[in-house]
Write a protein that binds this ligand. Structure first.
Ligand SMILES: Nc1ncnc2c1ncn2[C@@H]1O[C@H](C[S@+](CC[C@H]([NH3+])C(=O)[O-])CC(=O)[O-])[C@@H](O)[C@H]1O
Length: 332
């Protein structure tokens, strides 16, 4: 069911030809059964998904998904729900498949609503979504008209969740590769828009991350970057010792001024702060589809303005910026 060959062929002889040549090895490593012991079980779930007659697909609106007419009977719907639960935890969404509402940990549609007013028109554009999770925003980018959407995420469960959706959504120009940003070949300059949302704070070197993102963009292409920030002025940055909101692997939380200055330092132009939002326990919460602890458990029970470790509670900013150089019109 997971087949990247059409993408490899699509990229052959084009500007992504070199990457196409590396993909088979990268995909084998990203979906290695030796490395990821749970992968065979997830793949079994994927192959147990029923073939269903899709009559309508939704890529816009707040629920991405598919449906059929007449609607599924209750028995088949329950069986579908049970099978999809085999891919727990579902973090980014929500999705709606044949009346099954996958109520994910995150209301990722809220983030999408915050960023869309600030996006260059995606119509016909080749876009990259770095750290895309199961690909919720990738579908929304396709719904907004993108010509080719490439999501990358190194967590294999999210890749399998994407393929579960793709079984029904059937979008040949939307792909999710089991890779991290470090696996993208250097200096591609092949994407019109690059999204990095919820990734920068997981990178030990934010400067290197910004440079990687810049090098993925065509001259004049748009960067959309969302990350955790702190309140403060130019130069202020928090480097949490130990965990932050129970997350390991959190490195730099800049103030918004600091973040904008980092972008300018890396050569981005027109860097602008377009949104700041405190993450609420309505936006990130435990559900039937994500039964582990969530944000409410990661905040100080006495003072929700602090994490359980005593740091400022999660607050996320979105900046947009442009890669240096003049935009050349080039579509996939
Ligand atoms: N080196 C890496 N390269 C690429 N991705 C990575 C890397 N390391 C971790 N990830 C992936 O980055 C994602 C971060 S979540 C954001 C999801 C979505 N973008 C969202 O904005 O909702 C964080 C959040 O909850 O905001 C995870 O799916 C990781 O597997």
């Amino acid at each position: 069911m997971i087949d990247y060959q059409p993408l490899i062929e699509r990229w052959r002889d084009g500007e992504l030809d070199t990457w196409a040549g590396r993909l088979p090895e990268q995909i084998a490593a990203g979906l290695s059964h030796q490395r990821y012991g749970d992968l065979p079980r997830w793949l079994e779930v994927l192959s147990a998904l029923p073939d269903l007659p899709v009559t309508v697909r939704h890529l816009d609106g707040d629920r991405v998904g598919a449906d059929c007419d007449p609607p599924l009977d209750a028995v088949t719907q329950n069986a579908l729900r049970e099978t999809l639960q085999g891919l727990h935890p579902w973090r980014k969404g929500p999705f709606e498949l044949f009346g099954v509402h996958i109520d994910t940990e995150w209301r990722s549609d809220w983030k999408w609503d915050r960023i869309t007013p600030h996006l260059d028109d995606l119509d016909g554009r080749r876009v990259l979504d770095v750290g895309c999770g199961s690909g919720y925003h990738c579908w929304r980018m396709a719904g907004a008209g993108a010509g080719e959407v490439i999501g990358i995420d190194p967590t294999p469960l999210f890749v399998v969740q994407f393929w579960a959706l793709q079984k029904y959504l059937q979008q040949p120009h939307v792909w999710l590769l089991p890779l991290g940003i470090q696996d993208v070949p250097p200096k591609l300059q092949a994407f019109d828009t690059v999204f990095s949302m919820g990734v920068l704070y997981h990178r030990r070197s934010p400067m290197d991350h910004l440079q990687e993102l810049r090098d993925c963009l065509r001259p004049g292409g748009q960067l959309v970057l969302e990350t955790l920030v702190i309140e403060g002025g130019p130069g202020d940055t928090l480097v949490p010792e130990g965990r932050y909101a129970r997350m390991g692997n959190v490195w730099f939380l800049p103030s918004t001024d600091t973040l904008l200055s980092w972008a300018r330092k890396l050569g981005f132009v027109d860097a602008a702060l377009v949104d700041v939002a405190t993450t609420s326990v309505e936006e990130q919460r435990a559900t039937d589809w994500m039964r582990f602890h969530s944000l409410a458990n990661f905040l100080d029970p006495e003072d929700a303005s602090k994490t359980i470790e005593g740091y400022p509670a999660p607050r996320r900013a979105v900046i947009t910026a442009r890669a240096p150089g003049t935009r050349r019109a080039k579509n996939p």
